[in-house]
Design a protein around this ligand. Structure first.
Ligand code: SAH
Length: 398
């Protein structure tokens, strides 16, 4: 399937997929994903690289074919590009070189971010000397051998761990598992995150260990957070630990006991003594704080995705409004609200409307100080709106 590296650069496709007219319009419009309804039925093995044709037979490019997923095609090349082993290596090199330019010396970051780096479904995260990898499409799974070889020769990592326990693998017809791919990955590693030492649980932490997409937002937020700070949905304390350096006190709240235990360990390792952890439901905790007239000068809200699909949007909008309203009530005048949504299905303009409604109900005037997104090592691919999922707004609430 893959053309050997010394072969001329040409399409490494073995099958063909023909689009409907609607599918062709979507492909030509730049969206890299084509759904099954927009592809004519065909018997193609899961994960094969195929030539994509329009209904009149024009060759439009190359794609991974998903025989199980609702997404039947994921573009890997346009009509004049090849996608052979050499191209895979070139894309890995370009992805790594981009991170070296934007984040030199950063210990924990995303080196390869799926479609945005031209490798649909491939996630490679670096934690110091170790790599954690996710192959989230059948197409990329088939290329794992050459990908691993190249990562080893390019980066010489101490180990590579597959965090293949993400549920999306099942939707692709792939097994869910966590296993070493190279070397002997440790249970946890200690990394430096902008001056804070963090213990990262590689094998069972959320995502690949840390919420790397919030890395730059944690640093940005800590520039504003002073006085009494509340970090709500803190996980293992990312925002809280950074904020603790300049704040008077930080209360870190989460429902997960194990995440809070790691937050406390992280605080101790960094000699931070002004951070307390509270196990609670954030909705209740904010209401109780308001009733008790406890006030904060800064609040971080970083909830899990409330809108997992577009059909959840109404319930999700109510939940986002509710936590933001309750948080605004607990802020002192001129207090800072760092408020996030990682639901792709809730678009940025809708999120801003929800925040405006929350401010109106709270009787507060709020201004946007910074509008942020996911960290730059998780770039947004033009043409793939789904790749812009994280919103992080920093507000001043008068
Ligand atoms: N801010 C973190 C990431 C937060 S992820 C960081 O920067 O690393 C979302 C967190 O919300 C998870 O840790 C999860 O345990 C927690 N959570 C989900 N629902 C909750 C609720 N209702 N109350 C409290 N915590 C909740």
């Amino acid at each position: 399937m893959i053309v050997p590296s010394d072969a001329p650069r040409r399409a490494a496709a073995s099958g063909e997929a023909t689009l409907t007219r609607k599918g062709e319009a979507r492909w030509r419009g730049g969206h890299p994903w084509i759904f099954r309804d927009d592809v004519l039925p065909a018997e193609i093995p899961n994960g094969e690289i195929v030539t994509v044709r329009g209904p009149r037979g024009d060759a439009l490019g190359l794609a991974f074919y998903g025989a199980v997923s609702k997404i039947a095609l994921r573009r890997v090349a346009g009509p004049r590009e090849g996608f052979d082993e050499q191209a895979v290596r070139a894309r890995l090199d370009a992805a790594i070189a981009y991170r070296e330019r934007i984040a030199p010396g950063v210990a924990a970051l995303r080196l390869v971010s799926s479609d945005a780096d031209g490798l649909p479904g491939l996630i490679v995260d670096r934690y110091g000397e170790h790599l954690v990898l996710q192959a989230l499409t059948a197409g990329i799974e088939r290329l794992l051998g050459p990908i691993l070889d190249h990562l080893v020769s390019r980066l010489s990592p101490a180990s590579i761990l597959a965090r293949h326990d993400a549920g999306v693998r099942r939707l692709e017809g792939l097994v869910e598992e966590v296993r070493p791919l190279r070397g002997d990955p440790p249970e946890s590693v200690e990394i430096d995150d902008d001056g804070i030492t963090l213990l990262v649980d590689l094998r069972s932490g959320q995502k690949t260990g840390l919420f790397l997409d919030q890395r730059e937002n944690r640093t940005a937020a800590s520039r504003y957070l002073r006085g009494r700070v509340l970090d709500a949905f803190c996980y293992d304390g990312g925002f809280a630990l950074h904020a603790a350096r300049a704040a008077e006190s930080v209360e870190a709240v989460d429902a997960s006991e194990s995440a809070l235990a790691r937050a406390a360990v992280n605080a101790a390792r960094n000699g931070i003594t002004n951070l307390t952890t509270v196990r609670a439901n954030v909705f209740d905790h904010l209401s109780e704080s308001d009733r008790a007239r406890r006030r904060f000068d800064g609040i971080v809200l970083d909830p899990p995705a409330f809108a997992k699909s577009r059909k959840d949007i109404d319930a999700a909008a109510r939940a986002y409004k509710e936590i933001n309203l309750r948080a605004m009530r607990c802020l002192t005048r001129g207090g800072v609200l760092v408020t996030c949504s990682c639901s792709y299905n809730l678009h940025e303009d809708e999120f801003v409307e929800i925040l405006a409604a929350a401010a109106a109900d709270a009787g507060r005037r709020a201004v946007i100080v910074e509008k942020r997104s996911q960290a730059r090592d998780h770039p947004v691919l033009l043409g793939l709106p789904e790749s812009h999922y994280l919103k992080c707004l920093i507000l001043r609430v008068d």
